[in-house]
Design a binder for this molecule. Sequence first.
Ligand SMILES: NC(=O)c1ccc[n+]([C@@H]2O[C@H](COP(=O)([O-])OP(=O)(O)OC[C@H]3O[C@@H](n4cnc5c(N)ncnc54)[C@H](O)[C@@H]3O)[C@@H](O)[C@H]2O)c1
Length: 370
Amino acid sequence: MRHNRLKIQTSSNKYSIYIGTNLSNKIKTILDNEKIFFNKVLIIYDSKIKLKEISKIKLKLKKKNVFVYKFVSNEKSKSFNTVNKIIRKLLKNNFTRQDCIIALGGGITGDLSGFVSSIYKRGIKFVNIPTTLLAQVDASIGGKTGINHEIYGKNLIGSFYQPNLVISDTTYLKSLSKKELICGYAEIFKHSLIYSKQNFLFLEKFYKKIISLKKNVLEKAILESCKIKRSIVQKDEKEKDLRMILNLGHTFGHAYEAACGYKKILNHGEGVMLGIKTAILFSLIEKKLSLNDFKRINQNILNLNFKLRLNKFFKLTDINKLISFMKNDKKNNNSKINLILLSRIGKASIENSYDQKKIKKFLYENLNNI
Ligand SMILES: NC(=O)c1ccc[n+]([C@@H]2O[C@H](COP(=O)([O-])OP(=O)(O)OC[C@H]3O[C@@H](n4cnc5c(N)ncnc54)[C@H](O)[C@@H]3O)[C@@H](O)[C@H]2O)c1
């Protein structure tokens, strides 16, 4: 079995991430290698995953007592309601802390399943098999789990809970739409912007091969992106300071997603990409980022053929709503707004307490430029 293996050590857990092709076929061997033993397992899976994939995993785990929970993954189903249904199923079937949950799906499935794993009997074993590029390079690493609140917004309920294992099988990525691939690329891109100019240079050269899933380049991009996230979360697991830089583009991006009602017209990755575009323009105007770096970053986004523009979704009259979503962001601890800006390619800065009037003025003046 040829694969990359990355070890993650946080203050609460130590686990491995496997990255490679056809890894789900090897799930039994990987679990044994990692000494993850259990009797019962619940596979929580996204309805977009083909039944034959589920059957394959079930077959590999045939000596275990396997249960399945299928759900339609969207921001609406990332909810207490779904959590409740899963917990009922676990209780009904007498799952104990020694048993296991396997998540098979994108970031929504992973966040939801991780959250259930963290609260069910105060913690059950958790294996994550992310099936989107976004989840393989970002959501599956670092132990943030969570669900949305139906009125107040995204990821407001959650926990820090590290998985026992992550298996990033790149074979799943073949069925993703171009749009979903670009959303994953947005997070790889973000990691390079905040942490590694070297990775940015790699992306400038190989972005096309990554988006078209050329095996070696794709696996290197996933691995390097995971390494960046690992470095950050190992230094600051609970987001006291450094980890905040991972939110580049997210304060804006979450507000865009929320103002669109978390509908398909603007998904998480697209919100993040627009958020990154906003954050780099703000960084330029605030004289934190050079014009040269700004142009280089924008060129990379243009190359992707990412055509969404803010004025497709919002009018000037929507700006107050966007600001109120930004103020609601859980990263803010007063009425001011915290932002992550860029000082150069490879280096982010945490800007605490921006005056909302300044951000409002910036959005008024630049709604048509982003
Ligand atoms: N925990 C974290 O640190 C973290 C980090 C980033 C994002 N997130 C969360 O992750 C979510 C976004 O993740 P996502 O983009 O993976 O979302 P997702 O889980 O909704 O997946 C995106 C879409 O792809 C489909 N899909 C999944 N796997 C597929 C496959 N192999 N083939 C075809 N279609 C497939 C899904 O059904 C969905 O329609 C958001 O809820 C976000 O808040 C969490």
